[in-house]
Each structure stands twice: as structure tokens, then as C-alpha cells.
Design a protein around this ligand. Sequence first.
Ligand SMILES: C[S@@+](CC[C@H](N)C(=O)[O-])C[C@H]1O[C@@H](n2cnc3c(N)ncnc32)[C@H](O)[C@@H]1O
Length: 270
Amino acid sequence: MRSTFLKWAGGKRRILKKIDTHIPKEINTYFEPFLGGGSMFFYIKQKYVPKKCVLSDINKDLIDSFKAVRDNPKKLISSLKYFKKKDSKEFFYNTRKKFNENKIFGVRRAAAFIYLNKTCFNGLWRVNSAGEFNVPYGKYKNPEIFNAENIFYASYLLKEVKILHQDYRKIIKIVKKGDLVYLDPCYDPLKKTSFANYTPKRFSELDRIELAKFIRFLNYKGVKIILNNNDIPPIRKLYSKFNIQEIFVSRSINSDPLGRGKIKELIITN
Ligand SMILES: C[S@@+](CC[C@H](N)C(=O)[O-])C[C@H]1O[C@@H](n2cnc3c(N)ncnc32)[C@H](O)[C@@H]1O
């Protein structure tokens, strides 16, 4: 089974099998409104073949990279070849600067996004308050920047898929009874300095409460939900009426020492 073309912090690749037991056999429309690397989408699309899929995220460059894979895989690969050939510490910082100054556009920008994601420290996509990507070079000996076959296959899997740059709440207008919504929001940091700022706006306590309200509404509409989160008392309290399963996950991508090694996470379902 093929997986994502990105290396996304908080990626779900390692726990797909554990989440699998909660996936209904018949899915009308599959929604993934906190897309990230989209490893759950690639898994579900290959194993369950949902009738329709709607993928979305608030990170515009991430969404544009998915669109480039879907619509322009050949051009994207030829651009990625250039980035791979040029890869060095100096080239990374140069590309990062041009990227932040919006001097790279279109499919080439999507290639730059994938290049930066694959060569930066731990696949983090962290931005400062001005929205500038600020993760340092990862110093990998031989980073796998792309795999052409994987990109073509991802492109095939993404055909006919709706890919939207939007806040997760926007799906409320189109989601219906019998659909599946898989939600993997940015976790609450285990301590305040954790890296959870994927976008200029952090996921605050208020966001957590808003998300719980949104999920209760989906539940009321008869939508099947699967939510991943970390195991902290406020999360358990917010979802006390849902089914809660504990799982142990090894996390290597985490700048927070409390979050490294095996940590407990939750799979919350209705
Ligand atoms: C933990 S990551 C998802 C990881 C993904 N499941 C994977 O396997 O790679 C969370 C994602 O939520 C996105 N995000 C954060 N706030 C959001 C919001 N309000 N609406 C939509 N997406 C949001 C971030 O840009 C990030 O890509």
C-alpha cells in the first residue's frame, strides 16, 4: 500500500491499523479537514474506496502541493529533480528565503514546499508570527526528497478528489448523514514550548472547545466521526459521552522531550 509524498509532523502512518478498526465498511463521502500529510486519506482511498472524498487544511501551501500532485505530476517531478540535484545547506536557506518572500510560484512553489518539508529538521512545518517558515536544515545524509512512482500513484488516487484550502468548520455545509469525518487536529502541547504552531495561529484552549462543539454537532447529524488527540484530562472531559480508546504511539517527531518515546494518545469515536 502506498502512502503520502510528505513527511508530516504528527503523521498517522504508524497507527493506521489501530484506527482501521473504527472505519465503517461503506463510506459515502470521506472528509479529512485537518489534512497534513494525509496518510489516512491514502490508506482509506486504497482499502475502502469511498464514493467521494473532500480533503482540506488551513495551510495554503500544503493544499497547493496536493493540487500540484493531482493536476501536474510530470511538471512537479521535473521541478523536484532540480531541487534534489541542488540540495545543500546553503541552497536550503536560499530556497526558504525565496519561498518566504513569495518569489517562487505555481508548481515550482509546490516543489519547493515538498523539498523544504523533506530536508528540514524532522519534517516540521512551523511558521513564525509573520507566517514565515522557519525550520532549520535537517542535515540528512541522503534525504528521499521524492519518489516519482509514488507521486504518480498519489496523483491517480487524488483524481476526482475535492481539495480545499479552508478552516475545518467549513465542511459543515456539505457533510451528511452516512459520511465519515476523520479529524487529526494539532494536539494541545504537552507543555507550553511544544512545537504545535503549524500555522501562524496556534490551537488554543478555545479552539479545543470549539472543535468539541463542532464534533457534537456532527454526531447529532448522524455523521460518523473518528478523532485523534492526546490523553489529557480536558479532552477526556469534553468527549466523555463518546467512545474513547487509549493507544500507545512512538513519536520521534517532537521537539518537546515530554512527548518523545511511547506516549498515550486517544482515538475518540461515536
Ligand atoms: C496533526 S496535523 C495532521 C496530520 C495528518 N493527519 C497526517 O497524517 O499527516 C494537523 C493539521 O491541521 C491543520 N490545521 C490547523 N488548524 C486548522 C484549522 N482551523 N482548520 C483546518 N486545518 C487546520 C494544520 O495545518 C495541520 O496540517
